[in-house]
Design a protein around this ligand. Sequence first.
Ligand code: FE
Ligand code: FE
Ligand code: ZN
Length: 281
Amino acid sequence: MKIGCHLSASGGYLAMAQTAVSIGANVFQFFTRNPRGGAAKPIDKNDVAAFLKYAEENAIGPILAHAPYTLNAAGAEPRVREFAESVMADDLERLELTPGAMYNFHPGSHVGQGAEEGIALISGMLSRILSKKPYSTTVLLETMSGKGSEVGRNFEEIRAVIDATESALGSGGILGVCLDTCHVWDGGYDIVNNLDGVLAEFDRVVGLGRLKAIHLNDTMNVLAAHKDRHEKLGKGKLGLDAIARIVNHPKLRDLPFYLETPCDLQGYRDEIALVKKLREG
Ligand code: FE
Ligand code: FE
Ligand code: ZN
C-alpha cells in the first residue's frame, strides 16, 4: 500500500525520502514553503537529482506538496489574491523538477463574500495559472471542514470549482481531489457509520475518478462540528474500526494515504505500522 505522512522539508528532498524510508513510508507530504507563507527556499538541483534517484530505487511516490495555509485565492483584498496566485504559480513551476508530483491546496475562505464569489475567485486563479502550460503536477483541491468561511466545505462546492475552472480552460479531467478524513467528518459526512454512502455521494457529485489522495487523520470533534482538529489514529471520534474500513475499502485502498496526525517521527512510525497491520487484518 501507499502510506506515509507529513514531513519537514527543512532538510530538502533527499532527506525527506530517507526519513520516509526510515519510518516505513513510501509516500510523503511536505509544505512547499513556510506554511504561514513567505518566500520558498531556492531549489538545490543536486538535492533534487539525488532525491529522484533515491525515490526510484526505493519506490517512493507520489509525493504530495502542500500549499501554505495563507494561500487564499478567495480573499477580499486584491493583495491576498495576488499573493495566492504568485505562490501557486511559483510552486507549480518548481515542482516541474520532480515530475509526477501532486499539489494540494485549501480552496480558500470567502471571508463574507459568499461561497459563490469564492468559487468564482478560486476557479479564476486556477484557470489563469493552468492555462499557461501543461504542468506535470496534478493540482488537488482539499475537502474542508467548513470552519469559518471555508470554500470546499461540501462536495458540491468542490465540484463547482472544478467545473468553473475546466470550462474556462476548455478541457476536462485536469483537477483532482484530496479527501481529508478529519475534514469530511467535521464537515458532516458520516464516514464512521456510512462510508459506502459517503463515497457514493462523492462519486455522484464529484466522481471517484477525481479522488487522488487521502489525508488519513482521526478527529477530536463530533460529526459536523466544522472545526478541523486532527487527532492520532484511533484516539479520536473516528476510531480504529472506521480507519480500518477506510484503508481497506475497495474504492480507496489503491490511493496514497498521508497521515497528518499530531505525531512526532516515532509516532508516525507507529501509526504507519498500525495502518499496515489494519490492512493485513
Ligand atoms: Fe491541508
Ligand atoms: Fe488535510
Ligand atoms: Zn486539517
